[in-house]
Design a protein around this ligand. Structure first.
Ligand code: NAG
Ligand code: NAG
Ligand code: NAG
Ligand code: CA
Ligand code: CA
Length: 765
């Protein structure tokens, strides 16, 4: 009984405007053409045609217009150009009913009735030249039925109204955001079945392989086509210290390939070990096997550095090579809570290797010491300071990355970003620079933690570029500045997440103010992610981020954060609003000699809560030339082939049916979807289109994975729920959406790794 009422209420509270969903005939987002279009100039800045396609359309136009005398030309040239060029519209898929691969494409774009009427009366003789749809030729003598046939179910998208629709055109080409400014991205599943996957790296050797590490001490090789090698790349499960405990921060924690791996075959790993009664972290060097480029030579291990760990938590774990070619090691403060070791903790103690960013030189270490100190390390001349120290005042940096810099200007290149996990109140993002003090334990985020140390004028610390309170998440997972090629809107955005809340976030530097602007990242609402192969939900324990060799961005999360639970998934970030122009991001991976068996990737996740209506009831009466069920062809390829063919309109229409390989349900009746949703595993998700956009209650992923059955968070709920009363931590008023988010967060409390939730309980801090 309650559910229909809530639905009704949500309908009252929210209004549902047309939600923009630009999409091209190849089922992908539109783009800015590399070379300006000459013929369909109205789509020269943003649309679905590149220069070559534009030229073809122009040729086709002249072929058609050759049939007309001067008056015919004068009357109809504009119409013919309009109709041909709608293929280049950013809404081409809507105009041609190509959003759903299972329904036939139109041969003429959907026209608004008034436009169609005039077109019909002036230029109907062009119809057989534009289309050989037999239906159209039957209707050639009946204007009303002709124009009915060309109408679109969704009249917002008909031509030319689509051009003047403000909602559809206002932010066209930019990242879609909801009313609260939450950026709506989508995901592509890349790998699954992983047990606490905590690193994804590439070897920078031109092969475009990616390597995924599991906490237990296994590293797997994946080829660019997502297939996985059955034989592990590295297996040190026997040596690695970890447990199935969901709060365990020990294990295989990081790996980094030498920048010249291609030539020297070296890689570095960071893991927990037990030596006698001591727990340590160990940084080791390995070499690739001489006989198999996809396997490490397990006998080649050389221990570069070992550090005693006084407690089982806060073990750091990031390893990376920065642009200077040195190896950076990010240690935790040792553990417990409040950095209790020594007089003022480890992090502020430069004689300790814990709570630091270390920098060492591992080149030319065949003879002599396994590593050297870079001569310009900041404290090499300071008495009692360890010369490895590069930066200090670190609590437990979990995931750091180097900015590749703007692809054109190189701006930002070499910056070192980290997420430093907080104690009781704040999580922070830092820009790590040489010799600087990152504050811990004097400070946590912007606030004082140890009042005495904090008041000391010699602290001279660097504040984070961003910090957030524990109402938003309790354990930051640092990410990357997006510098990939495929999604130009994301360039320069630092994208990161929170392990506990599952929140995805972004920072972008304002070039004028030099401040970092924050935007939350949500999963696309409604049909925003309704593209083949894309999904709008993920498991909430965001463990790590990764970049592939081309710079595309990924994150790794899991449903149950235990080193034995095979629920980890790797997701690729996708901007559904805009892609790079075709051909721009092309690369050819170097061949990989595979000796092990290959396991083909099988995606398990689906787009949920989105129904793609089967449109064009009128056309569905037309018998398809082949049944959707019987064919297993790759319909994208098929369509691309068709699009490449000369006189594509003719062929396009003949091929009326495409296999339904889309992951969405096209036939599930509305009312049953909620039932289905309840069964899905908890995950962060983009929301049903029928509880569309403007509802504050669906602005955050928390609501959705927290408890699907309770995910509605309405004004009325809030009033009756005392737990949602004012939140002390945040200055000013929270928006309803934020309140909802907090409420969702409340449902999601579970023990978790890399966080202090458990620690704070245990230690009562
Ligand atoms: C990893 O090595 C251990 C022995 O050290 C072995 O028992 C285990 O099966 C190996 N795992 C894989 C996936 O090969
Ligand atoms: C700093 O750390 C070193 C190495 O762990 C330790 O021996 C020393 O006592 C510490 N100093 C202080 C003041 O705590
Ligand atoms: C401030 O810090 C410096 C350097 O760590 C130390 O020598 C000094 O005693 C501190 N001052 C106070 C008042 O704690
Ligand atoms: Ca520790
Ligand atoms: Ca700090």
């Amino acid at each position: 009984m309650l559910l229909p009422f809530l639905l009704y209420l949500s309908a009252l509270l929210c209004f549902t405007p047309a939600r923009a969903h630009p999409q091209c005939l190849d089922f992908k987002p539109p783009f800015q053409p590399l070379q300006e279009l000459q013929f369909c100039a109205m789509y020269k800045n943003f649309g679905c045609c590149d220069f070559a396609r534009d030229q073809e359309l122009m040729k086709k136009f002249y072929r058609i217009m050759d049939n007309f005398d001067y008056y015919g030309y004068a009357n109809c040239a504009g119409y013919v150009q309009d109709l041909l060029c709608q293929e280049c519209s950013p809404y081409a898929a809507h105009l041609f009913d190509a959003e759903d691969p299972s329904t036939p494409l139109r041969s003429i774009p959907g026209l608004c009735p008034d436009y169609c009427s005039i077109f019909y009366s002036k230029c109907r003789s062009t119809i057989p030249l534009l289309s050989d749809d037999p239906h159209l030729s039957q209707l050639e003598h009946d204007r009303t039925r002709f124009c009915q046939y060309l109408e679109l179910d969704d009249s917002d998208y008909c031509f030319p109204r689509v051009l003047s629709n403000e909602v559809l055109n206002k932010n066209l080409g930019r990242v879609t955001a909801d009313m609260d400014g939450c950026l709506q991205l989508c995901l592509e599943e890349v790998a699954n079945g992983l047990r606490n996957p905590l690193a994804m790296v590439h070897a920078n050797d031109g092969t475009h392989r990616f390597f995924i590490a599991e906490q237990v001490g296994l590293v797997w090789v994946y080829l660019p086509d997502k297939s996985k090698l059955e034989k592990p790349f590295l297996n040190i499960t026997k040596t690695v210290l970890t447990s199935p405990w969901e709060g365990d921060e020990r294990g295989f924690l990081g790996l980094a390939f030498h920048p010249r791996f291609k030539y020297n075959g070296k890689l570095y790993v960071y893991y927990s070990v037990e030596v006698g009664f001591d727990e340590r972290i160990r940084i080791s060097e390995f070499r690739i096997s001489a006989s198999d480029m996809n396997v490490v030579d397990h006998t080649s291990e050389r221990v570069i550095l070992e550090i005693d760990e006084p407690a089982s938590n806060h073990n750091g774990g990031q390893l990376l090579f920065a642009d200077d070619g040195y190896l950076y090691i990010f240690t935790g403060d040792g553990g417990m809570a409040g950095d209790p070791f020594g007089k003022f903790g480890n992090a502020q103690n430069k004689s300790a290797l814990l709570g630091k960013v270390l920098r060492i030189d591992v080149d030319n270490n065949e003879k002599g010491p396994l590593y050297r100190i870079p001569p310009d390390n900041p404290f090499v001349h300071e008495r009692n300071a360890r010369p490895e120290v590069y930066a200090y005042g670190v609590r437990n940096m979990w995931r750091c990355s180097v900015d590749r810099g703007d692809p054109l200007s190189r701006e930002g290149k070499g910056r070192l970003f980290c997420g430093d996990v907080g104690q009781n109140k704040y999580e922070e993002i830092d820009l790590v620079e040489k010799g600087r003090n990152y504050g811990w334990r004097a400070k946590e985020g912007f606030s004082c933690y140890d009042k005495k140390l904090c008041a000391n004028s010699s602290l001279d610390d660097v504040l984070p570029i961003y910090a957030y309170p524990h109402k938003m998440g309790k354990s930051v997972t640092g990410g990357y500045v997006y510098r990939g090629c495929e999604y130009p809107n994301l360039n320069g955005m630092y994208i990161f997440g929170d392990f506990m809340s599952g929140r995805l976030m972004s920072l972008k530097e304002n070039r004028n103010t030099r401040r970092w602007d924050y935007s939350e990242i949500c999963m696309g609402l409604g049909r925003t992610c309704a593209f083949p192969g894309l999904i709008n939900n993920y498991y909430p324990y965001v463990i790590s981020f990764g970049e592939n060799e081309a710079g595309e961005l990924y994150f790794l999360s899991t449903e149950v954060p235990s080193a034995t639970s095979p629920t980890g998934v790797v997701y690729k970030m996708v901007d559904p609003s805009r892609r790079a122009p075709p051909g721009k991001c092309h690369y050819t991976p170097l061949p990989v000699q595979v000796k092990s068996k290959l396991v083909t990737f099988e995606p398990k996740e689906t787009l949920i809560g989105v129904e793609i209506p089967t449109k064009r009831p009128k056309l569905s009466e037309v018998k398809p030339t082949e049944s959707p069920q019987q064919t297993t062809k790759d319909w994208i390829q098929e369509l691309l082939d068709i699009l490449r063919t000369e006189d594509e309109y003719d062929v396009m229409y003949k091929t009326t049916a495409f296999p339904t390989t889309m992951t969405t349900t096209t036939t599930t009746p509305r009312h049953s979807r909620r039932g289905r949703r309840k069964k899905v595993k908890p995950r962060a998700v983009g929301v049903d289109s029928d509880f569309d956009s403007r509802c504050p209650d669906h602005s955050s992923p928390f609501l959705n994975y927290a408890q699907p059955a309770q995910k509605m968070c309405l004004e009325s709920d809030r009033k009756t729920s005392p737990s949602l009363a004012p939140f002390p931590l945040t200055e000013g008023l929270l928006t309803p959406a934020q309140l909802c988010a907090l409420d969702g967060n409340k449902h999601n409390r579970k023990p978790a790794r890399f966080s202090d939730a458990t620690e704070d309980l245990v230690l009562g801090v």
